[in-house]
Ligand binder design. Structure first.
Ligand code: ADP
Ligand code: MG
Length: 316
């Protein structure tokens, strides 16, 4: 019978050049660079709730770190270290091997050291804690939006939710390839977050849908917003579905895209357009922050689309 320690050393012990002490002791030891703040966040993935238990373990390994990196991206922080707490129903080595490969693929791509964790028997649960650094005072916080700011989003919205609907046979799978990729192997917008330091005011990653996540910025910043429905960047497969509740719901309230939503002064438009070219990532202006509280979605004529029409209230 393979021991927990064998599994850890086989699958989760890799060199940790960014730590003084990594996996193997009672705690890991790391140094935060002078002048930097430590940014810490954790995200848990539970089988049956956040993923199907038969999900490709390699993709799951990638995603479990990627969703955490997305939180640091939204803070404008540089990811450095992670811990991984795993509850496993059994010691399935094929599963562990593929899972750890996916996890380390993502860790390598974004320069993160796995410095520790915990491994225990239990219903399949993956809990990652990510740690990174941001210069003192430079983090992109949810409470920093200002009336008059433009609202921007990266990439496209609704693709992952549409792909999930297709996997559940609620809609056609045609044109969902990119959405399936963002659902299973999301690309955290770390470079974007770093480049937005000093340029964006507030930022958040869109994990629960644009309306909900922008809503968090509005609440913390004590302001409101107007969104232009026609401007929302979306995959072509969603374009044809905007008259349906499912289509509007995916676009406005679909989760799992892991794009960034941020606000910035209009004086930053040129710099943001240049950044979009440099990163080869669409950055689209989708509305503005206003002083009056509330979030409205406007049609091409400037009339408010009610949340009921948008399909959003079905999620309440
Ligand atoms: P303790 O009994 O002191 O909690 P553990 O036996 O849980 O220690 O873990 C031994 C070492 O392996 C620790 O350094 C811990 O951080 C590390 N570790 C345990 N599980 C994982 C994992 N899934 N990924 C990375 N490191 C892990
Ligand atoms: Mg332990």
């Amino acid at each position: 019978m393979t021991s927990e320690f064998d599994l850890i050393s086989r699958y989760f012990s890799r060199p940790t050049p960014q730590a003084d002490l990594g996996v193997g002791d009672d705690a890991a030891l790391m140094r935060v660079s002078p002048g930097m703040q430590l940014a810490v966040s954790a995200d848990m993935l539970v089988a049956g709730t956040h993923f199907f238990s038969d999900t490709d373990p390699r993709k799951l390994g990638w995603k479990s770190l990627a969703v955490n990196l997305s939180d640091l991206a939204a803070m404008g922080a540089q990811p450095r270290w992670a811990t991984l707490a795993l509850a496993l129903p059994g010691a399935d080595e094929a599963w562990l091997s593929a899972f750890s490969q996916g996890f380390f693929d993502c860790a390598e791509q974004f320069g993160v050291d796995l410095v520790g964790g915990d491994t225990t028997r239990g219903p399949l649960t993956i809990s990652v804690q990510i740690m990174g650094e941001v210069p003192l005072g430079a983090a992109l916080r949810r409470d920093a939006a200002e009336a008059g700011d433009d609202i921007w989003v990266s990439g496209q919205l609704g693709g992952a939710a549409l792909a999930l609907a297709a996997l559940q046979n609620k809609t056609s799978p045609f044109g969902c390839e990119d959405g399936i990729a963002s659902l299973h192997t999301p690309q955290p917008r770390v470079s974007l977050g770093l480049a937005l330091r000093g340029l964006a005011h507030a930022a958040i990653d869109i994990s629960d849908g644009l309306l909900a996540d922008l809503g968090h910025i509005l609440e913390r910043s004590d302001c409101g917003a107007e969104l232009l429905f026609a401007e929302l960047p979306r995959p072509p497969a969603l374009d044809a579905m905007l008259s349906t509740v499912l289509g509007r719901r995916c676009l406005l309230a679909g989760g799992d895209d892991y794009e960034l939503c941020f606000t910035a002064a209009p004086s930053g438009r040129e710099a943001i357009a240049a950044l979009s070219l440099q990163l080869r990532l669409p950055l689209t202006r989708v509305g503005r922050i206003i002083a009056a509280l509330g979030l409205s979605v406007l049609d091409a004529q400037g009339n408010a689309i009610t949340m009921k029409e948008s399909g959003y209230d079905h999620f309440a």
